[in-house]
Design a protein around this ligand. Structure first.
Ligand code: OSB
Ligand code: MG
Length: 370
């Protein structure tokens, strides 16, 4: 397939409700959508880099630069026959996984359309519905936090993830456990602690949590291994895992017993699938993380989460949990069994709506003929 053009759309989406983590409070979610044209078809990919370098070093600005100046020019007018061919061409790019992943995703969309199958089937998915939970942001008071969780429990989410930070941990988690003694519960610290905080985690270890996500430094595996040795609850790494190699290094030293796979963080769907396969071989469960995606990114996450070793519920909530008006249709809804149905039409399964895009678009740039 000859890649004719790549258009970047920088958009800014107002969130239904502010989302607070240990690194800050967000009311809008900016992102870059990658629109690729090849052989008369159009594919879309979402870049999950944020407004600032808070979760990862990549930002809208760095991704715009890297895709526009380097990644897109490597592909324009080239014959690309498989997603692996894209991965090969990008192999000598250091870092910038979110930029690479977004371009690869747009090609996967075209590739699945050409083969007349859903992305999920194309990558070897084995389920039609995937178990999901909700990642609940930090609220200003404990009462507000409990109320917010109650809304999600009522909406049907069977797994709750709480964001924690120093001063907002043991007391909150205990209160949630007391109110919902049997709910599947996990916490995410987004790297807000150090090994000196081990006593906090030993207390959390008594609260029947599914896992403790990324408690320590965002590049660390060594201290995580030291902490894991003190806990029964599995540590799950998010920020520290940037590639299949990072996953192997972490598992080799028992730095974690679960991995959160985010396509953007690990540099694409191909790498995400490799981490899935590695973890399956080692008997390590994985789940699909989220980055407050629009329906474009969510569709790809659902395809990934339909692979067999995604045995823990993903951070893939219903579209209405994030945005009033998504830029792509159809919206994803929560089924009665806390699952979301995986799209089963050729491609990723969603269609971008130009009239919605226009409303939220900040800037646009085309590389190639357009
Ligand atoms: O750490 O998992 C995280 C959102 C933005 C950045 C980092 C994280 C998150 C979430 C949201 O937890 C998950 C979702 O998309 O629902
Ligand atoms: Mg996380």
């Amino acid at each position: 397939m000859k890649i004719e053009s790549i258009t970047l759309h920088h958009i800014d989406m107002p969130l239904v409700a502010p989302f607070e983590t240990s690194f800050g409070r967000e009311t809008h979610r900016p992102c870059i959508l990658v629109e690729m044209r090849a052989d008369g078809r159009t594919g879309w990919g979402e870049c999950v880099a944020g407004a600032g370098p808070w979760y990862a070093y990549e930002t809208i600005g760095t991704a715009w630069h890297i895709i526009g100046e380097f990644l897109a020019p490597m592909l324009i007018d080239q014959d690309i026959d498989s997603p692996e061919a894209i991965v090969e061409r990008f192999a000598h790019v250091r870092g910038h996984p979110m930029a690479r992943a977004a371009v690869e995703a747009a090609f996967w969309d075209i590739f699945a359309q050409v083969h007349g199958v859903s992305l999920a089937r194309l990558i070897g998915a084995t389920r039609q519905r995937v178990s999901v939970g909700v990642s609940v942001g930090i609220e200003p008071t404990l009462a507000a936090q409990l109320e917010r969780i109650a809304q999600f429990v009522e909406a049907g989410y069977a797994r709750i993830k709480l964001k924690i930070k120093p001063g907002w941990d043991v007391t909150v988690v205990r209160a949630v456990r007391d109110r919902w003694p049997d709910i599947a519960l996990q916490v995410d610290a987004n790297s807000a602690y150090t090994l000196a905080d081990a006593p906090v985690f030993r207390e959390l270890d008594e609260m029947n949590l599914l896992l403790i996500e990324q408690p320590l430094h965002h590049e660390d595996i060594v201290d995580h291994a030291r902490l894991q040795a003190q806990l029964r609850t599995p540590i799950c790494l998010d920020e520290s895992i940037h590639s299949p190699e990072h996953a192997r290094w972490a598992l080799d030293i028992d730095a974690c017993r679960v991995i959160n796979i985010k396509i953007g963080r690990v540099g694409g769907l191909t790498a995400a699938r490799q981490i899935h396969d590695l973890c399956a071989d080692r008997g390590v469960p994985v789940w699909c993380g989220g980055m407050l995606e629009t329906n474009v990114g969510r569709a790809v996450n659902l395809a990934l989460a339909a692979l067999p070793n995604f045995t823990l519920p993903g951070d893939i909530s219903a579209s209405a949990r994030y945005y009033h008006h998504d830029i792509a249709t159809p919206d994803f809804v929560l089924n009665d069994d806390s699952t979301i149905t995986v799209p089963d039409i050729p491609g990723t399964g969603v269609v971008v709506l130009p009239e919605r895009l226009r409303v939220v678009q900040v800037r646009e740039m085309t590389i190639g003929k357009g």
